[in-house]
Design a protein around this ligand. Structure first.
Ligand code: ADP
Ligand code: SF4
Ligand code: MG
Length: 368
């Protein structure tokens, strides 16, 4: 049997994971004045509490995967600290790091690319057991078959190859490979993005079941906010290497603070046909800027519908809002910005608010 981790204790407990001012830059190619640098992650602070699912959302290229990889130490951080159970992973090496790494696993987006096509499924799932020296031979096989069973795979298929499985089954193999080490924390990097919608629900349900059964903590990376709303206790929004907002799922969904969060939330379809008809997605102009040369000041200023001159000059600080550790690095820093948003009328047809969304008319009780 796979052992369950100790029960989650969230009340008053220190966070399982603390990310402090993490920076990850990649040096690429050589230009006229030396190497160009990709500012993939640029000063991120984040906590993940024991037993929760923290959803990490943002456009493609915003640095989500890089942050996830830095957290599980697949990439070394350029600077900053990653504390797991109060141990600074950027400082530990060797056997101690290996033992901690065992408790942190990653599920990858593409179930086709992330499985070695030349290895049988049993060997793929057993590989982490061998790497960490935890089991070999019959003991490893027994553990693999148990893990396959809890992940909804037929343990008799242990000798089959990845191409013999469907996309959903392959993702179950990826989940089994992460689960076989009995981790307490999993970074799931877009685990359902490559799957058909009908299969996505099965994988999401599986992850929720496994979380309950084994008291797992998830960092759930996705760009589909509907899935993130369903899965997450809290949501962090990332834009061009920075976290722009963090909050409880209902707060972020119903009362997004940062203009970028409003844009993302406005694009989420709602199941109610009347509300869906009234939904007014906010369309962003242009693409996410290059992280090689990110915009000055607020990085969102080149696309923000309410940007002012000062936004391109000064980087707004993160600000704590409400009782949740909720931050917004957007408009609250400037007195001319936040009050304006707060005063805008809610819906009634012709609001002058340039970032007015479905939620303005659909949820008339809400105030900005
Ligand atoms: N190994 C790498 N070398 C150079 N640039 C990278 C590397 N990995 C990611 N990047 C760049 O970092 C930025 C963030 O990428 P990524 O973390 O994959 O974003 P996301 O997961 O949000 O789509 C992108 O511009 C990407 O091209
Ligand atoms: S600081 Fe300026 S550009 Fe950035 S989100 Fe706020 S209003 Fe928009
Ligand atoms: Mg990614």
């Amino acid at each position: 049997m796979i052992e369950a981790a100790p029960a989650a204790t969230t009340a008053g407990a220190p966070p399982l994971l603390r990310v402090e001012n993490v920076v990850k830059h990649f040096a690429i190619g050589a230009g006229f004045i030396g190497h160009a640098v990709v500012h993939a992650v640029d000063g991120v602070d984040l906590v993940v509490n024991t037993g929760e699912t923290l959803g990490l959302v943002g456009e493609s290229g915003s640095g989500k995967s890089t942050l996830g990889r830095v957290i599980v130490q697949l990439y070394p951080a350029t600077s900053g600290h990653v504390y797991f159970k109060d141990v600074d992973l950027t400082k530990v090496r060797g056997e101690k790091l290996r033992r901690i790494r065992q408790q942190m696993q990653m599920i990858f987006q593409d179930p086709y690319a992330s499985l070695n096509p030349r290895m049988a499924v049993g060997d793929i799932i057993a590989e982490p057991l061998h790497n960490f020296g935890l089991a070999r031979g019959k003991a490893a096989e027994k553990r693999v078959q148990e893990t396959m069973r809890v992940c909804g795979l037929n343990p008799n298929f242990i000798n089959r190859y990845p191409h013999e499985f469907s996309g959903g089954q392959r993702q179950r193999i990826g989940i089994a490979r992460a689960l076989v080490l009995n981790p307490s924390f999993i970074v799931a990097d877009e685990p359902v993005s490559a799957l058909d919608v009908s299969i996505q629900a099965q994988i999401v349900n599986l992850m929720e079941d496994l979380q309950d059964r084994f008291h797992l903590t998830f960092l759930f990376i996705a760009h589909d906010l509907s899935v993130v709303h369903h899965m997450s206790d809290r949501i962090a929004v990332m834009y061009l290497g920075k976290i722009v907002e963090v909050g409880a799922t209902a707060e972020v969904r119903d009362r997004p603070l940062h203009p970028y969060t409003k844009v993302l939330e406005s694009s989420v379809p709602v199941p109610d046909p009347d509300l869906e008809m009234a939904r007014r997605p906010i369309l962003l102009t242009g693409e996410i800027p290059s992280p090689v040369n990110p915009p000055s000041g607020c990085r969102f200023h080149t696309r923000c519908p309410i940007a002012q001159q000062i936004c391109s000059e000064v980087e707004p600080p993160l600000e704590r809002k409400s009782e949740w550790p909720r931050f917004c690095s957007g408009f609250p820093w400037t007195p001319t910005c936040m009050p304006r948003i707060r005063r805008w009328p809610i819906a009634k047809g012709s609001s002058p608010c340039p970032i007015r969304a479905m939620s303005c008319s659909a949820r008339a009780s809400r105030s900005w």
